[in-house]
Design a binder for this molecule. Structure first.
Ligand code: UDP
Ligand code: MG
Length: 310
């Protein structure tokens, strides 16, 4: 069994992969490792760059190529399903996560048998202040809403022992929010901080719209509290309505004041209408996820594979 499998999800990373592979080679000279590149339906030359690397370094390279772009979490899942090493590491292809940290992670697991995985925490996010603020709010919210622990700044950049990988690949859900799954399976995690580098080439694949979708998917996958929230809001607004109703009756009986109707009714209708639409929306989100899960479609489809024996 190899010591280390390195899973690298790649979507349109033709400009970064050669540099990444060389950096891995330089940093892991004395380690028995394999890099499993997962080409997530790239539409540039990523696959041919990967094939070239495979031809020149078959000893250390394997490739899984999807039939289309599924998403980063699907790529991570595929890599983990095909991983068969003592340690499995997940790292991005864009050099934002420097491969030099891989040896530190191995050392941590080698010297501390109590730890089952090492999670890297971004200590200096080089992003816009608003993005950092929104991400922090999201992880705080997710941590509060779910029973799983979410650490602010914890990324997919991590290393796991085989038992953790086996536990994660057994989870067959379609909506795979990897950060949550890593935490959900439990095990002892060592948190290590690292400096995020700037992206070498190209642009982040997670724009504002995709990040919002990612955040909603994360909440839906790890919390049912929004559904309960709808019930609480329902009780609360019914209680307020009851108080107002009593007030109207008292005003009529004791002061003969027939409270002005139109503005009050408009406010009440708009307020309740808004709440009802929001709660129907929340229900719909959960229903749609359940609908997709019931189809039991595969998380990804492989078109080509290189370096695997079967
Ligand atoms: N990625 C992927 N599929 C996608 C989007 C991204 O495999 O649909 C890969 C991408 O090639 C990179 C990693 O996931 O190796 C992280 O993506 P990115 O750098 O765009 O994210 P950010 O660092 O901005 O969060
Ligand atoms: Mg990146």
């Amino acid at each position: 069994m190899k010591t280390l499998d390195i899973i690298v999800p790649c979507f349109n990373e033709e400009m970064n992969i050669n540099q990444f592979h060389n950096s891995i080679k330089d940093n892991l000279e004395r380690i028995n490792y394999t890099v499993i590149y997962v080409n997530d339906g790239s539409i540039d030359n990523t696959l041919s760059v990967l094939k070239n690397i495979y031809q020149t370094d078959k000893k250390h390279t394997k490739i899984i190529s999807f039939s289309r772009n599924f998403n980063k979490d699907a790529a991570i899942f595929a890599g983990m399903q095909y991983s068969n090493a003592k340690y499995t590491c997940i790292i991005d292809a864009d050099m934002q996560q420097n491969p030099k940290y891989i040896t530190q992670m191995i050392k941590c697991l080698e010297h501390n048998s109590d730890y089952d995985q090492v999670a890297m925490i971004n200590s200096n996010r080089k992003e816009k202040k608003l993005t950092i603020f929104l991400k922090r709010c999201f992880y705080k919210l997710l941590d509060a809403l779910s029973d799983v622990k979410f650490v602010d700044g914890a990324s997919d950049f991590r290393m796991m022992r085989k038992n953790v990988v086996e536990a994660i690949v057994k989870l067959s859900e379609n909506n795979r929010f990897s950060k949550g799954l890593f935490s959900w399976v439990g095990f002892n995690t060592c948190y290590m901080s690292y400096n995020v580098e700037l992206r070498q080439n190209g642009q982040s694949k997670f724009g504002f719209k995709k990040s919002i979708k990612y955040a909603i998917d994360g909440i839906l996958a790890f919390s049912v509290k929004p559904l309960r929230l709808a019930t609480y809001i329902g009780f609360f607004s019914s209680f307020i309505a009851l108080l107002l109703f009593i007030e109207v009756i008292i005003e009529k009986i004791f002061w003969n004041n027939p409270v002005s109707g139109y503005p009050t009714i408009m406010c009440a209708i708009l307020f309740l209408g808004g709440i009802q639409l929001i709660t129907i929306g929340i229900l719909g989100e959960y229903l749609s996820k359940t609908y997709i899960e019931t189809k039991k479609r595969p998380v990804y489809i492989i078109k080509e594979k290189y370096g695997f024996k079967d």
